[in-house]
Design a protein around this ligand. Structure first.
Ligand code: HEC
Ligand code: HEC
Length: 211
């Protein structure tokens, strides 16, 4: 009985997510990547340096290149408006208008990863519920869902922990993350972080600081 209740819950959550997605897609205007680049110089101090770590707790700064612009917009709104708890990202995002966020997301995303359409091997059992949205090859099926392929392993672990603890207030991911056991999390983050082609650290372009 419990198993069945859980499966129904997931289906309902997925249906809501799809409805929300359709609305968000209509509402998202195209960003001006050139203006986004102008705004990006402070960001690159962390996101443009390979191996850069968040301190206390220590985990890698997420890779943004190849991520969907629509998802980056949602993430930045989350930090700005308090749905995601992270002090530095909150103050970074607080100075950005809605249009700035759309523009900067367009700049950072670049061309999104393209799905190969097939799993690159055996998907671990623990990740079997995740592939419906994040793709078996880690390239998400909708621009509102983040791609996970090639993302830093320690960052993925951190993000899952934040959904489960409530530091990130996303109702879809809270449900999934809370149901994972420690061993599931390890299998999942190892699998997704190793997939190629994957997300990349921003190549550091000429910025206002270096001009
Ligand atoms: C001091 C380092 C630092 C700076 C500067 C910084 N970030 Fe971040 N950024 C982080 C860290 C650390 C995280 C992960 C936070 C968390 O755990 O949720 C993050 C997360 C993000 C995410 C979410 C990615 C995902 O996969 O969900 C986006 C988008 C982002 N940053 C964009 C920006 C932009 C745009 C700027 C500049 C306006 C910026 N960041 C400046 C460190 C930084
Ligand atoms: C119904 C679709 C859906 C399913 C199924 C799903 N997710 Fe997600 N996932 C999302 C959405 C939407 C977000 C973005 C939430 C937000 O705005 O923070 C997300 C975010 C994430 C992130 C954060 C990525 C980043 O860059 O910060 C991770 C990690 C993640 N999911 C892992 C998983 C795992 C592991 C599973 C399976 C146990 C799973 N997801 C199942 C929709 C889904």
């Amino acid at each position: 009985m419990r198993q069945r209740g859980r499966a129904v819950g997931f289906a309902a959550i997925a249906a809501c997510a799809l409805a929300g997605m359709a609305m968000a897609q209509q509402a998202t205007p195209a960003g001006d990547a050139a203006h986004g680049k102008e705004l990006s110089y402070t960001c690159l101090g962390c996101h443009g340096i390979d191996g850069y770590k968040n301190a206390y707790p220590e985990y890698s700064v997420p890779k943004l290149k190849g991520q969907h612009a629509e998802y980056l917009v949602a993430a930045l709104h989350g930090y700005r408006d308090g749905d995601r708890a992270h002090l530095t990202m909150h103050s970074e995002a607080s100075t950005l208008s809605d249009q700035d966020i759309t523009d900067i997301a367009a700049y950072f995303a670049g061309p999104p990863l393209q799905s190969s359409g097939k799993p690159p091997g055996n998907v671990p059992q623990a990740a079997s519920l995740c592939t419906a949205c994040h793709g078996a090859d880690g390239v998400s099926v909708s621009p509102m869902y983040p791609s996970l392929a090639g993302q830093h392993e320690d960052y993925l672990r951190r993000a899952l922990g934040e959904y489960a603890r409530g530091g990130r207030k996303n109702p879809i991911m809270k449900g999934f993350a809370s149901s994972l056991k420690e061993a599931d999390i390890e299998a999942i983050v190892r699998y997704y972080s190793a997939l190629k082609p994957g997300l990349q650290v921003e190549p550091r372009p000429a910025t206002r600081l270096s001009r």
